[in-house]
Design a protein around this ligand. Structure first.
Ligand SMILES: *Cc1c(COP(=O)(O)O)cnc(C)c1O
Length: 481
């Protein structure tokens, strides 16, 4: 299911759903966009939705629900304890993963909190292909550390390696040989988020798990982005060609001791939880759920969301549903690459990623090229992306800047939300901006919080370059918005 072929030979993704509920979008004029960007302290997190045309900030909690999901929410069984909605959810997880036990949590990071509190001690090392922000925060908070073992290809911007999220198995063996007594579990992140939604192969997942088990170490899957990873396994891996999505999923889950996920991504709803095969593991984590989340049959989620997640998980086993995100991302990435715009390749799940260092070589890293590109693209087109570069890092203890390894602007593709012409519009404005990239300057902080500065920090342009973008826009687009 790599997409529907067109007689004309055009290689474009086709929406395999129809729109039945719409939300009106406003595109405010470029002058207002400049003003809104300045009001937001040049930080796209601080923009107001009414000023945004295409919101490509994230794929979290903003995926479109299906008619079946919305209908299911009407029959949700609202009760504090013993809800049949919860039974339906655990039955669905058993059907898909073969896991008999499930602990609900209000979102992915809450599941991470429970797992970390149960297993991480001061001095613990948690090997993983790559970290995720909230995962690492929970592990380091408890005195543990993270060992990133992704293959070297994983952090290369331009590549044709199909599974950039794979573990480097040699590095893994070596670490486990030397330090297994400090390793309570290894964490396998499907659809590796921070390197661009890049997948692991089924073979690599299985071998990684076998290595861990041969050292007596537990395997934990972060399945938040599993749906994209499943799509790529099916599309790119020979040994999976004849397997169904359910069979691939079973092969993966059979090798995992613990599977946790953010329901804001997996299952097109909100919420999250931890699934496992083994009762003893369940018992070890169970008491943390009523303490931090809510009673065992809802864990901080609304029953409506649980019902929608149950249906969403079922839809995740359908290639025509899970192909939509990756196909649109591939289209956007390929078109931009064709027009010479620097992008992360091969396209992954989650979104299209622009390489800001290459886009804006004249902006010094100390002046935040990825942040500047995010601000510039919003002004150029009302498109909101997320800075994933130096602004997203934390300063060193001596106050010096910690320069990020890569400066990316992430343009997330919320699933089933945008049409092809909207994606075309985003591509058009990015190409325009690329041709006017000399106009884009750097940023500096005017208000810099000590932690999580990318969420709340306020910046300003080092010169009035936003004005130059507005002028060039008017010259090229006349009175168009
Ligand atoms: C989003 C995400 C999380 C955290 O989930 P939340 O629901 O946002 O708390 C954890 N891991 C990965 C890979 C994610 O993408």
């Amino acid at each position: 299911m790599s997409g529907i072929r067109f007689y004309s030979g055009k290689d474009i993704p086709l929406e395999l759903h129809k729109v039945r509920i719409v939300q009106k979008l406003d595109l405010v004029p470029v002058e207002r966009r400049r003003e809104a960007m300045l009001e937001a302290g040049c930080n796209t997190f601080l923009l107001k939705n009414k000023d945004i045309f295409l919101d490509m900030l994230t794929d979290s909690g903003v995926n479109a629900m299906s008619d079946r999901q919305l209908a299911s929410m009407m029959v949700a069984d609202d009760s504090y304890a013993g809800s049949s909605t919860f039974t339906r959810l655990t039955d669905k997880l058993y059907e898909i993963f073969g896991t008999e036990y499930f602990l609900p949590a209000h979102q992915g990071r809450a599941a991470e909190n429970i797992i970390a509190m149960t297993f991480v001690r001061p001095g613990s090392i948690i090997p993983m292909n790559y970290h995720f922000t909230t995962t690492k925060a929970h592990i380091t908070r408890l005195g543990g550390s993270v060992a990133e073992l992704v293959v070297d290809e994983g952090t290369k911007i331009v590549s044709d390696y199909p599974f950039k999220g794979n573990f480097d198995l040699e590095k893994l063996e070596r670490l486990l040989d030397e330090k297994s007594d400090r390793i309570p579990f290894i964490r396998i992140e499907a659809g590796t988020n921070l390197i661009g939604g890049q997948p692991l192969s089924l073979e690599n997942i299985e071998m990684t798990a076998d290595i861990a088990h041969s050292h007596g170490i537990l395997t934990v899957l972060d399945a938040s982005l599993l749906q994209d990873n499943l799509y790529f396994i099916k599309e790119r891996e020979d040994c999976a060609k004849d397997l169904s999505l359910r069979e691939i999923t079973k092969r993966i889950s059979d090798k995992m001791d613990i599977i946790y996920f953010s329901g804001r991504k997996l299952g097109f709803a909100r919420g999250g939880g931890i699934a496992m095969h083994d009762k003893a593991l369940y018992m070890r984590m169970r008491e943390l759920v009523p303490m931090f989340e809510g009673f065992l049959t809802y864990g901080g989620m609304s029953v409506r969301e649980m019902e929608a997640m149950t249906v969403g998980l079922d839809e995740t086993m359908d290639m025509s549903v899970i192909s939509q995100g990756p196909l649109f991302i591939k289209y956007m990435t390929d078109e931009l690459a064709r027009k010479g715009v620097p992008v992360v390749t091969p396209p992954g799940g989650l979104g299209c990623h622009l390489d800001a260092s290459c886009f804006l070589p004249h902006v010094r890293q100390e002046e935040y090229p990825a942040g500047a590109l995010a601000a510039a693209l919003y002004v150029a087109g009302g498109v909101r992306g997320m800075e994933r570069g130096t602004i997203s890092e934390q300063r060193e203890e001596d106050g010096s800047e910690h320069l990020a390894a890569v400066e990316l602007l992430r343009l997330a593709m919320p699933r089933r939300v945008f049409t092809l012409s909207q994606v075309e519009y985003a591509i058009d404005r990015i190409v325009w901006l690329y041709e006017h990239r000399d106009l884009v300057g750097g940023l500096r902080f005017v208000e810099e919080p000590e932690s999580l500065r990318f969420f709340f920090g306020r910046l300003e342009p080092v010169t009035p370059w936003l004005d130059d973008i507005v002028k060039a826009f008017r010259r090229d687009f006349g009175d168009s918005l």
